[in-house]
Design a protein around this ligand. Structure first.
Ligand code: KG4
Ligand code: ZN
Length: 331
């Protein structure tokens, strides 16, 4: 089964061709980072316009890169949310139009489901499994009992972990998006500052990163006030040490408690080298499935993989040309 998938929930315009919920035949991704960088974050209106400008080219590229014909496509899948509403609508309109014009069924896919299913590209899911989903907008522990049977165990009470990375990078003047920069600098420094590790002992499945973020702000502010010299690399290493300790320990405890067979670490922050290394070093009795770096951050291949399993279970929208634009409500 050949699926063309579209992802435009934030600042990546992406179209992919995947086969049978496993192989990625093409995954065209155009990042808008350069456009948003001067503003220090994603500007929604600019993101929507940039998606419109590159959308058709990305369809062409994905189809050409995969060496397929339009008539080979069995299903069109598109991210329906969560995400920036204007950006989502560009992808949904493009996918709906393409599906209608070529008489192909259409399906809406939840963005977070896509992040989880990115792991299926690298290995095989074994149920029940625990997913740590860490991205710019979400920090969640999820129990996946079977395909598409997902229970939310816990979430962040304030900032998502990727958001905390981006804010810390911003206060250190490191640029946007901050996660990859802080990760790189952390490996060049030492975790010499004792920052809080918010374990929330009474809430084993929930997270909180806003206090840790404020502690970094206070630390840097106080050192500057005292005219102390400090290495940004050491601040990054200390922040990353706290974040990864919390994420790894909470995941390990939850996995033991629930008796799962496998752990998936997914979402943009799963690209973090410190997190990947610590997770594998600390949890040795369970398989840890982590998408390769290119499939951690936003791209359409993950939407195509999730769509395959969703199609097998629920089928696609039939009168899609009417329901397509309300696909946002279709979970
Ligand atoms: O999944 P994603 O691409 O978009 C959302 O759905 O949010 O995640 C983006 C987030 C950003 O906050 C970015 O800073 C973070 O993932 N990120 C990282 C790394 N690479 C991306 N955070 C920490 N370390 C990284 N290497
Ligand atoms: Zn994402």
């Amino acid at each position: 089964m050949i699926i063309l998938s579209v992802e435009t929930s934030c600042d990546e315009t992406s179209v992919a061709i995947t086969k049978d919920g496993k192989s990625v035949l093409s995954n065209a991704v155009l990042s808008q980072i350069n456009i948003h960088q001067p503003y220090g974050g994603v500007v929604p209106e600019i993101a929507s316009r940039a998606h419109i400008e590159s959308m058709l080219y990305m369809f062409d590229k994905a189809i050409k890169d995969a060496f397929i014909k339009v008539s080979d496509i069995d299903l069109v899948a598109v991210t329906q949310g969560p995400g920036l509403i204007g950006s989502l609508l560009v992808g949904i309109n493009a996918a709906t139009t393409f599906a209608y014009a070529n008489n192909i069924p259409l399906m809406g896919v939840n963005h977070l489901l896509g992040h989880i299913y990115a792991a299926q590209i690298e290995g095989n899911m074994q149920f029940p499994l625990l997913t740590l989903l860490v991205s710019g907008g979400h920090t969640e522990l999820l129990l996946v009992k079977d395909h598409l049977e997902i229970e939310l165990l816990g979430t962040t009470l304030d900032d998502a972990v990727g958001e905390a990375y981006d804010k810390v990078a911003r206060m250190l003047g490191l640029g946007y998006p901050g996660g990859p920069i802080v990760d790189r600098l952390a490996h060049q420094g030492e975790a010499i500052y004792n920052l809080p590790k918010p374990f929330l002992k009474n809430e084993p499945f929930n997270f909180s990163f806003s206090g840790l973020k404020s502690s970094v702000l206070n630390l840097v502010h106080n050192m500057k006030q005292r005219n102390e010299t400090f290495k940004v690399e050491d601040v990054c290493a200390s922040f990353q040490e706290s974040v990864t300790e919390v994420l790894v320990e909470k995941t390990k405890n939850a996995a033991n408690h629930l008796g799962v067979k496998q752990i998936i670490v997914a979402g943009g922050v799963a690209a973090n080298k410190g997190l990947r290394t610590k997770m594998k070093a600390r949890i040795t009795d369970l398989e840890i499935l982590t998408p390769s770096i290119q499939y951690c951050t936003d791209q359409a291949a993950m939407i195509g993989i999730a769509a395959y399993y969703q199609f097998k279970k629920h089928g696609a929208l039939k009168d899609y040309y009417l329901k397509g634009s309300s696909a946002i409500n279709f979970v």
